[in-house]
Design a protein around this ligand. Structure first.
Ligand code: HAM
Length: 427
């Protein structure tokens, strides 16, 4: 039972992230940004809301996310806007608007909003780390984008991740395949699941993704996309698979993998975390979208990218038992000041300017209360100043992680404080 007095709570399907959990988020984001930098990506920031047309045209007006999950609203100027349900369409809109030189490589961290039925690993506001590359259809870039995701998962300690790979072909070969699939579904419509018996014709590809046994049994006997790619799309796909293999990244062909948005062409992929429940085990996904820039009014420009859900990455780490911290966030020093002259403020300022992380107490608490706070903060050292130290121009430094204070405690002249602390923290 929660007896918190709060009248307002975070809306259903959303959550607050406070320390110490937020330090893990900082670690994930920092690891991703460092890797993205190594791979030649720069950060992009763009509005959280866009003209609804950006998403309708981008992800597809008939897609489930656009029809059932998007947060659409009218602003006070009567514009119809939507909160971003995903990152790609906004990034491509920005690309079309600003026309940066290509290849253009952008990374982002963003909240994304989908009105879903909330459950573990599925939220109404989730957060994605992602990259997009525009301006090249070289299969080498497919390999690089997938490798970046893979190396990121390695860096954050995940070991049980599988890469599922497919190709959606281009408009023509996919179009021909959809006709074959539709004919197969028409001939077997009565055997499909209740939902798809009625709806298969509006988007036959969706049936491939259906997890129900009835649909599976029908599609298993039907045509599969990779067998119907044109020569160019097949060659592209083979080069991607070979390129990944050369980097030691194993992929599994997943001919049923049709992702939820309409913009995908050619290479599509998903990363499944085997430690998670299969309904929510996708920790990342992406693919090519060689028509999207045109659909958003720009010049024909190839693109590829992926997005990875931060909440799912955290769940996967937990399920795999990964505890390694990615970022140390406990302070170096806690200043305990019992002088009533507030020397903590100038001491902390000097130490912080020297690059140390410093915590302190407020409100002139007792020595005991301050020492307790110092221990709770996780600081490695306490700097103690009382009236006697102040009069003698000294401070006492105590190593909080050593049990024997009398042995390790030392006094230094207050003008030696910064130099001594820097020396100690380095050890
Ligand atoms: P997506 O597969 O819809 O793709 O989402 C990417 C990742 O975000 C998923 O693999 C999952 O980890 C996480 N995710 C999605 N929805 C939720 C949710 N409701 N709750 C928690 N986590 C969620 C995209 O969004 C594409 N923009 C990816 C992309 C980039 N394709 C090309 N470039």
């Amino acid at each position: 039972m929660n007896d918190s007095p709060a009248q307002f709570r975070a809306p259903v399907g959303t959550h607050d992230v406070l320390a110490p959990e937020s330090a893990v988020w900082e670690g994930l984001i920092g690891t991703f940004s460092t890797l993205a930098y190594r791979y030649g990506f720069s950060l992009i920031l763009s509005p959280l809301f866009e003209d609804v047309g950006v998403f309708n045209r981008g992800i597809g007006e008939a897609s489930e996310v656009a029809t059932k999950e998007m947060y659409v609203f009218t602003d006070r100027g009567n514009r119809t806007l939507a909160l971003r349900p995903e990152g790609t369409a906004s990034v491509v809109r920005a690309f079309v608007q600003h026309q940066p030189p290509t290849p253009w490589k952008a990374w982002y961290v963003t909240p994304a909003f989908r009105y879903e039925r909330p459950q573990a690993g599925r939220y109404r506001q989730h957060h994605q780390l992602g990259v997009e590359v525009l301006g090249t259809d070289d299969p080498a870039v497919d390999v690089e984008v997938i490798a970046l995701a893979w190396r990121f998962y390695e860096a954050i300690g995940l070991r049980r991740v599988r890469l599922l790979l497919n190709s959606m072909g281009h408009d023509e070969c996919r179009g021909r395949y959809v006709e074959l699939l539709a004919a197969h579904l028409a001939a077997n419509a009565s055997s499909l699941c209740d939902e798809h018996r009625e709806t298969w014709a509006s988007n036959p590809l969706r049936v491939l993704d259906c997890k129900r046994e009835a649909c599976r049994a029908v599609t298993e006997r039907g045509p599969m996309l990779p067998d119907h790619l044109c020569e160019d799309c097949r060659a592209h796909f083979e080069r991607v698979v070979a390129g990944l293999g050369a980097l030691g990244i194993e992929s599994t062909l997943a001919p049923r993998l049709v992702r939820g948005f309409d913009y995908y062409t050619r290479t599509t992929f998903e990363f499944a975390a085997d430690a998670l429940d299969s309904a929510q085990n996708a920790i990342g996904g992406g693919g090519r979208y060689d028509k999207l820039a045109e659909q958003l009014g720009g010049r024909a420009t190839s693109g590829i990218g992926f997005g990875s859900g931060i909440e799912r990455l955290l769940l996967a780490r937990e399920a795999e038992g990964v505890t390694a911290t990615l970022l140390e966030r406990s302070p170096d020093v806690f200043v305990v000041d019992t002088t009533s002259a507030d020397v903590a403020t100038p001491y902390a300022d000097r130490l912080r300017r020297a690059g140390l992380a410093v915590h302190r107490a407020y409100d002139q608490r007792s020595m005991k209360a301050q020492m307790k706070a110092a221990d709770r903060s996780g600081a490695r050292f306490a700097v103690l100043v009382g009236p006697t130290e102040l009069a003698a121009g000294q401070v006492t430094i105590r190593d909080l992680r050593s049990g024997d204070h009398d042995q390790t405690q030392r006094s230094v002249a207050h003008d030696q404080l910064v130099a001594t602390m820097l020396e100690l923290v380095k050890k």
